[in-house]
Design a protein around this ligand. Structure first.
Ligand code: NAD
Length: 452
């Protein structure tokens, strides 16, 4: 049983938070697992895939073929990077200090190769890039060392990011000026000294990323707070040149996450839904590439499930079509539909200051008849960092479900369009106009679909 409570803003420090946790009143739930239907690593592979697909569309003719994509960290979330890059047909070169994590990703087939020599790894990546071959290489080294070699050799990656856990230097970041074994000891024996060394490495790491960015790498942030940490350490220009994120480009095009799972537990039910989605939206090319690869490469954990990103209108159509599959007995049991926190109408972080949108999103989903609405905090950086709203709706084949699916799968994504338009964001404004999603129009549609 998850206990995922709210706390009053500003009232919680870590000691108080831990105390509440021990009493079973509060828990640290992180963003992705907090989603009411958690589908383990498939969600992060899909999210990372979409981010690279957006970069491919924006800079490289819709594919990463013939590009070198450099990053670091093969941990719980970062482990999704190699597969997401090769699914977009690019070359991935990824630094990771912990050998067993590289081995784990090779054995799960998320990563193609482990190489222990930095220059050999760079050479092999460049050969694959020249041959347009999609391959992922895990290099057993510190990210700082990999980037130093690249700068020294003037090898400029096409894209550059980082998924070490730099948000928590003591637990999540390995300093580069000592051996792995020494660092493990220092972390326990002198945490203060360790943190100082990690912060120095983070400073150097961001400095190198900025250097490669100036030479032409598309350099972007992956939500690990590395730039803020480097800035705190004294790197004044830590925020220069980085693209803050690509998910909002997708939100601006009114695309967003759509996930579902088969309550029957039967993988054939997901196969039936996969086929339906592929046939329904033949023009959504990046989704089709994802669906084809996901069928081959994603292993189910727990109940069989799937995620893909669909546009405004497509989610409603898909939900109604799933309801028909249940009604006509083409699948063995109801299908549960949700998304994760990743809908711009349902998440507010500390940079937004206000948390009106997730609360509005939750209220809209309650009014529209969702099966489950959750409202919770999330804190990568501290316990008081953001508010998120989750939503789940069950397609059980009934007429009532059809009505509710239609309302929810139209109005939940609408809040993700309204929000950036409302804040004056130019890209969503244009996308909203192109899709006839004027703000007044959305509010009117919203009002007309919710029962008084
Ligand atoms: P994790 O702690 O499981 O893994 C981090 C990995 O980085 C570890 O395997 C570690 O060995 C490696 N590492 C640390 N320092 C290194 C260094 N200097 N060189 C090379 N490797 C190094 O973390 P995770 O769950 O994979 O997440 C990574 C980060 O990305 C976190 O900060 C997380 O919050 C962030 N993240 C953000 C989003 C988002 O904003 N949407 C999504 C996913 C992850």
């Amino acid at each position: 049983m998850r206990q995922n409570s709210q706390h009053v803003s500003g009232s919680v420090n870590w000691d108080h938070f831990d105390e509440l946790g021990k009493k079973g009143l509060m828990m640290y739930d992180q963003m992705t697992p907090a989603a009411p239907i958690y589908i383990i690593s498939q969600a992060i592979v899909q999210e990372t895939y979409e981010i690279y697909a957006t970069i491919a569309a924006q800079y490289f003719k819709n594919t990463l073929k013939g590009t070198l994509n450099v990053t670091a960290g093969l941990g719980d979330m970062g482990g999704a990077q190699p597969l997401s890059i090769t699914m977009n047909e690019g070359v991935a070169l990824i630094a990771e200090v912990e050998e067993e994590l590289i081995n784990k990703r090779v054995s799960s087939r998320y990563l193609d190769l482990k190489i222990t020599d930095i220059d050999k790894a760079i050479d092999q990546a460049l050969e694959a890039k020249a041959a347009d071959k999609a391959i992922s290489i895990g290099v057993l080294c510190n990210a700082v060392h990999l980037l130093e070699h690249m700068v020294a050799r003037n090898v400029v990656p096409d894209t550059l990011t980082d998924q070490t856990s730099a948000h928590d230097p003591l637990i999540g970041y390995w300093p580069h000026e000592m051996s792995y074994e020494f660092a493990k000891k220092l972390r326990v024996e002198n945490p203060k000294q360790y943190t100082l060394c990690a912060d120095n490495s983070i400073y150097r790491h961001v400095e190198l990323m900025l250097e490669l960015q100036r030479k032409g790498s598309i350099t972007f942030d992956y939500g690990n707070n590395i730039r803020a940490r480097a800035k705190e350490r004294g790197l004044k220009n830590a925020f220069d040149g980085f693209v803050p994120d690509y998910t909002h480009t997708l939100f601006g095009q009114d695309k967003g996450p759509f996930r579902w799972l088969a309550l029957s537990g039967n993988p054939n039910d997901i196969a039936a839904t996969d086929e339906l989605i592929i046939n329904m939206f033949p023009e959504n090319k990046s989704m089709l590439r994802w669906m084809k690869m996901a069928k081959e490469k994603i292993t189910f954990h727990g109940l069989p499930s799937r995620i893909c990103w669909l546009g405004q209108g497509e989610r409603e159509e898909a939900g109604l079509a799933f309801n028909e599959l249940v009604r006509t007995g083409k699948v063995k049991a109801p299908i549960v539909i949700g998304r994760d926190y990743l809908n711009s109408g349902s998440a507010a972080g500390s940079s937004s200051h206000g948390s009106d949108w997730p609360i509005l999103n939750a209220l809209v989903n309650i009014a529209c008849g969702a099966s489950w609405v959750s409202l919770h905090y999330h804190g990568t950086v501290n316990a008081d960092n953001s508010t998120l709203a989750g939503m789940v709706i069950v397609a059980d084949g009934t007429n009532d479900a059809a009505l509710r699916l239609s309302r929810i799968l139209r109005n939940d994504p609408y809040t993700g369009v309204m929000r950036p338009v409302d804040s004056g964001n130019k890209i969503p404004q244009r996308a909203a106009r192109e899709n006839n999603l004027e703000l007044n129009f959305i509010f009117n549609r919203l009002a007309s679909t919710v029962e008084p």
